[in-house]
Design a protein around this ligand. Structure first.
Ligand code: SAM
Length: 250
């Protein structure tokens, strides 16, 4: 209760709102954020330039703007980028308390899977053996190791494995991470029956690696299998491939 006090009224400074790219353009641009980079997907080069300028002029903490210049390609799933602003294509990205450095021109990475990676990481028990067959820069392996798992991450892309080692160090989990640069087909027999958990994040081709997964799996193993299929039957082809242990005929 206010008994002796005096009530005063005064005007205060107006709150400054942040300027967004949309405030500077006549439309709402679409972009993804990855660390201090903004990623856009724009075919029209004039429009791309306009969006990049607006992003830089806005209050977003962004210093690099990259435009997708190809689809993901080949075995390593790396895409080409057009550097519209900034020094280079290396970024530092934070995800659920882990920090990842990576070069988008050298490795595959998508922030869109962050929620799924976190969902899986929360299921990991300390001491379990986790094997990521297509590990990239470590967005599954590093949080798994953070939860106390012993992890093996394999990738055919040497740059991805260099970044995976660096990311394990950055997050203080290098003692629990073995990073191997190889084709996982050639590594599986070295870890026969070892895995309590396997991650297969290679949509469109994971079914070609199911025999290797069976080799890796211990008696009681959880498999995280990712695929992209038609909405009419999103899970069927993957389930059939897993059950048959061979490419599903769909
Ligand atoms: C879709 S990316 C996923 C990377 C990572 N799991 C992530 O979420 O960012 C697939 C990765 O598999 C790797 N890869 C493709 N074929 C491979 C093979 N035969 N053996 C090991 N790695 C492979 C690619 O280099 C690429 O880094």
């Amino acid at each position: 209760m206010l008994e002796d006090g005096e009530i005063v009224s005064r005007t205060v400074d107006e709150r400054d709102t942040q300027t967004t790219p949309a405030d500077l353009l006549a439309f709402e641009p679409s972009y993804e954020r990855l660390g201090r980079a903004a990623l856009i997907d724009e075919d029209d080069s004039e429009r791309a330039r306009e969006i990049a300028d607006a992003i830089l002029e806005s209050d977003l903490p962004v210093e690099t703007v990259l435009n997708k210049a190809s689809k993901v390609k080949g075995e390593t799933r790396v895409r080409d980028w057009e550097l519209l602003a900034g020094e280079d294509t290396e970024v530092v990205h934070r995800e659920y308390g882990c920090e990842f450095v990576l070069d988008l021109a050298e490795v595959y990475f998508s922030p869109r899977l962050a929620t799924e990676r976190h969902r899986v990481a929360t299921k990991v028990d300390a001491g379990e053996h986790a094997f990521d067959m297509f590990a990239g820069v470590g967005p599954f392996v590093v949080p798994f190791a953070n939860h106390g798992a012993e992890c093996v991450g394999v990738d055919i892309n040497a740059d991805a494995i260099d970044y995976l080692r660096e990311n394990a160090r950055r997050n203080g989990v290098e003692d629990r991470v073995t990073a191997i640069n190889d084709d996982v087909h050639d590594v599986a027999t070295d870890y026969e029956g070892w895995a309590d958990r396997i991650v297969m994040n290679l949509p469109h081709s994971a079914d070609e690696f199911l025999e290797a997964a069976v080799t890796l799996a211990g008696d009681d193993c959880v498999l995280h299998y990712y695929d992209i299929q038609h909405e009419d039957d999103p899970f069927g082809p993957g389930e059939r491939a897993i059950l048959c242990g061979r490419r599903a005929r769909v």
